[in-house]
Ligand binder design. Structure first.
Ligand SMILES: Nc1ncnc2c1ncn2[C@@H]1O[C@H](COP(=O)(O)OP(=O)(O)OP(=O)(O)O)[C@@H](O)[C@H]1O
Ligand SMILES: [Mg+2]
Length: 317
């Protein structure tokens, strides 16, 4: 189907955010289509929160164009907010209220009638699997439950666009999977999602398309698998090679190598040659009298793309 005007739920053109003289977002361009899950992937300080805060109307645009549902965010902020759900990076639940009360109070910001608010709260408690915690005071909840409640709270106005700023940071793997499962369900139900993350697995699991963002700039954008294949091919061979012989091995194997990275004592070779590669490289190395300390063939992933683009691993502070 061809793309139609108004299909973009979010449209950013040369979008800039400055704090004083410091440019945190340096003129980025991207568009989020209806129904997709769009990711902003980047390390600490990349500018992810600065971008999403402008989209949910919390922080003014310094310059450039930012449209949500085809309307200028600066001119129509209030109208837009009623159609957006927000999970901020920092939890801002009311710790003294119960789980259910947090939902009902939040519904008040959307001027929702009490009866409707109560009905929506019950639906959300069931959907987020929080029904048996509904009477608990929030300050007694675990981090995972709080995050689930924050996601649930963002659904109170049945948003067409759900913005999630690091929805699972700090959660254990089980709690993280529970959130992912619910987000997948919401996507099936047609909700457009924009999420920031520095978890590569989260980006690969949930996002249809993503931008890789670093120091306020977009380094790449596309579907996770396309980015992987474009930059690093399908397989990576990790090996330990004497640093003094590394260049020789690389030169002697050039036609097998799509990209490479050197990390400490390790050499990582990226390729489309599949399983054959490990054998071929070993043969070359043996032929040149180069000892490989170890060898491990694995599938490539977004971390490899990130490493290739920035020279850094995507670790969190
Ligand atoms: N209110 C502010 N005043 C000054 N500088 C800020 C402000 N908010 C953010 N910054 C700076 O802007 C840059 C981008 O920050 P931002 O919070 O958008 O990054 P992020 O990608 O969300 O990082 P994280 O993964 O840590 O949440 C950082 O260098 C940060 O220090
Ligand atoms: Mg952030």
């Amino acid at each position: 189907m061809s793309k139609q005007i108004g299909d973009d739920v979010v449209l950013a053109r040369e979008l800039v955010k400055k704090f004083g003289d410091f440019e945190a977002v340096k003129g980025v361009n991207f568009a989020v289509s209806r129904g997709e899950c769009f990711g902003l992937l980047g390390p600490n300080g990349a500018g992810k929160t600065s971008i999403v805060k402008m989209i949910y109307g919390f922080s003014p645009v310094t310059s450039g164009k930012l449209e949500v549902f085809g309307e200028d965010i600066m001119a129509s902020g209030r109208k837009i907010k009623s159609r957006v759900g927000v999970v901020p990076q920092e939890d801002n639940l009311d710790p003294e209220l119960s789980v259910r009360e947090n939902l009902i109070v939040y519904a008040g910001y959307f001027l929702m009638k009490k009866d409707l608010a109560k009905k929506r709260a019950e639906e959300i408690l069931a959907f987020m699997d929080l029904a048996d915690k509904s009477g608990e005071v929030v300050e007694h909840l675990s981090g995972g439950l709080k995050r689930r409640l924050t996601v649930g709270r963002a659904l109170i106005n049945q948003p067409e666009l759900l913005i999630l700023d690091e929805p699972t940071t700090g959660l254990d793997p089980y709690a993280r999977h529970l959130v992912w499962q619910r987000l997948r369900k919401l996507k099936e139900l047609g909700t457009t999602m924009l999420l920031t993350t520095h978890y590569l697995e989260e980006a690969s699991q949930l996002c249809d398309r993503l931008i890789v963002i670093y120091l306020g700039e977009i380094l790449e954008q596309g579907a996770p698998q396309d980015l992987i294949e474009r930059h690093v091919g399908k397989e990576a061979l990790e090996m330990g090679v004497d640093p003094l012989r590394r260049e020789a091995l690389i030169k002697g194997s050039e036609e097998l190598i799509k990209a490479r990275q050197e990390l400490g004592d390790d050499l990582i070779i990226f390729t489309d040659y599949g399983r054959e590669l490990a054998g071929r490289i070993s043969e070359r190395a043996a032929g040149m009298g180069i000892l490989l300390n170890y060898r491990r063939l694995r599938q490539t992933n977004l971390e490899d793309v990130f490493l290739k683009l920035t020279g850094e691993t995507l670790k969190q502070n």
